[in-house]
Design a protein around this ligand. Structure first.
Ligand code: C2O
Ligand code: CU
Ligand code: CU
Length: 492
């Protein structure tokens, strides 16, 4: 975060927020400077809970507590006292039952991000409110052909989402590769698997989560500390020649992660639920808030740093830009990997994965345009602030914005008229990206969060199959969602 210059402040003056934002940012800097990241601790992983006999039943208690974050005692939010919460390991066809207990001081609920499950009743229903002191029983039935991959859970109570996620409420869900059965995804031989939940947070000198000022809310709050499984710059150890499978979740409220690790071989198996037919060699992986990566790392002798490089996600008309545009081109060190010792024998090659479904040849039953915009007035941000809208409207849980027929295959063009990127997410049904700024994509690419660049567009196709019901699509910069950039879809 750079201090705002007088020139910038004057430009922003036209928006009527300059005086508050200058004070807000200045205060945030001075208060947080006492909190320095600790380094050198071995990477820990959240508690792993695994389904057995086709079922996993867990109790998740959301509460504030004292936890060690970045080597210091901090007062944060967590599920079952941890940040991140436990990792839930499932198989396609499993039933997941979660008793969510709300020990927070604000209403909450639970969302199983990316899971292809029913959005109704006790399923992945984001319209549920769990009041402080009460509990709710969720029951999710995964279809037998549920895509394997990396998913995650987090609160979704409109108006409290950014605060609760930023405070520490998130955890990973892994849906395992079925393996063996003909026609199914075959398991990938690896030396080891790691679950890596990346989040960010800002703590004040007393270890409390910092409340962002209005400008940070407008941009989407980014934390000063980038955490990997709740740790700052942990150390990973390996021997040369290992093939590790890293399940990476971007649980940040607004920060885009442009991940890079020079000196090691990186291959991407897939993003979100979208598995590629063969792993792709990559130098960098960009994850918007909400995205996940299924990454293979073949280790090479030496020390490497996993870095989150600056990413320009835009800003306000020549004014403040996002903190991730950053000052340092080196970005932030997320972890370091030390590879040493004798080389391990090579593993069997990664088996071919199934060809992804391709909706480009499907018969379309409808086409829509959705416009993501920012402007004065509108909803949210408390009286006269910046409004975040879809098709000119702020979120209203009692309005259906998009009605689709069950089984429909639709093409949506998502247009962003604002000077900032918006990562657009649809619940329950994954999206196939077919074009970016009007340019067709060569291969089928499936994601459940799709970046719509500032003043750009993305065209996606969606098959509304398996489930009916009412759910949402929204910007996954959680402050934007909380301030209105969310719509209701009903599949009937
Ligand atoms: Cu990860 Cu509707 O959210
Ligand atoms: Cu979601
Ligand atoms: Cu947004």
């Amino acid at each position: 975060m750079q201090p705002i210059s007088r020139r910038r402040a004057l430009q922003l003056g036209g928006l009527g927020v300059a005086s508050t934002l200058v004070g807000g940012l200045g205060l945030a800097r001075s208060v947080t400077s006492a909190f320095e990241p600790a380094t050198g601790v071995a990477l820990a992983e959240p508690t792993a809970l695994r389904s057995a006999g086709g079922e996993l039943a867990v109790r998740l208690e959301a509460a504030q507590g004292r936890v060690r974050v970045a080597g210091r005692q901090a007062t944060v939010l967590g599920y079952n006292g941890g940040l991140p919460g436990p990792t839930l390991h499932l198989q396609p066809g499993d039933r997941l039952r979660v008793q969510l207990v709300n020990q927070l001081s604000t209403p909450t609920n639970l969302h199983a991000h990316g899971l292809h499950v029913s959005p109704e009743a006790n399923g992945d229903n984001v319209f549920v409110t769990v009041e402080p002191g009460s509990a709710f029983d969720y029951d999710y039935q995964l279809p037998a052909d549920h895509p394997p991959g990396v998913y995650w859970y987090h609160p979704h109570h409109h108006g409290n989402v950014a605060e609760q996620v930023f405070g520490g409420l998130y955890g990973a869900i892994i849906v395992g590769d079925p393996g063996g059965a003909s026609g199914a995804v075959s398991a990938v031989p690896v030396t080891r698997e790691r679950v890596m939940v990346i989040s960010d947070i800002t703590l004040d000198g007393a270890g409390r989560v910092q409340t962002p000022g209005p400008m940070a809310v407008m941009m989407g709050r980014e934390g000063d500390l980038v955490l990997l499984n709740g740790q700052s710059r942990p150390v990973l150890n390996a021997q040369p020649g290992q093939r590790e499978r890293w399940r990476i979740v971007n649980a940040c409220s607004a920060r885009y992660l442009r991940l890079r690790m020079d000196g090691q071989d990186l291959q991407l198996l897939g993003i979100d639920s979208g598995r590629f037919p063969a792993p792709r060699g990559v130098e960098e992986v960009v994850l918007t808030p909400g995205n996940r990566a299924d990454l293979l790392v073949t280790t090479r002798q030496g020390s490497s740093q996993l870095r989150a490089l600056p990413y320009d996600r835009g800003g306000m008309m020549g004014g403040a830009s996002s903190p991730t545009t950053g000052t340092s081109t080196d970005g932030v060190v997320v972890a370091s990997l030390a590879v040493d010792g004798g080389a391990v024998p090579a593993l069997a090659p990664v088996p071919a994965q199934p060809q992804p479904r391709d909706l480009r040849s499907a018969a379309l039953t409808g086409q829509r345009q959705l416009t993501f915009a920012m402007g004065m007035g509108g909803g949210g941000m408390g009286g006269g602030g910046m409004g975040f809208t879809i098709d000119g409207k702020a979120f209203d849980p009692n309005r259906i914005d998009t009605a689709v027929a069950a089984g429909a295959v639709e093409e949506w063009t998502l247009t962003n008229t604002s000077p900032m990127d918006h990562p657009v997410h649809l619940h329950v049904w994954p999206m196939q990206i077919v074009a970016q700024n009007g340019q067709p994509l060569p291969a089928p690419t499936w994601q459940d969060v799709v970046n719509v660049p500032s003043r750009g567009s993305v065209t996606v196709r969606v098959a509304f199959d398996t489930f009916t019901g009412r759910t949402v699509y929204h910007c996954h910069i959680l402050d934007h969602e909380d301030n209105g950039m969310m719509g209701v879809i009903d599949a009937r």
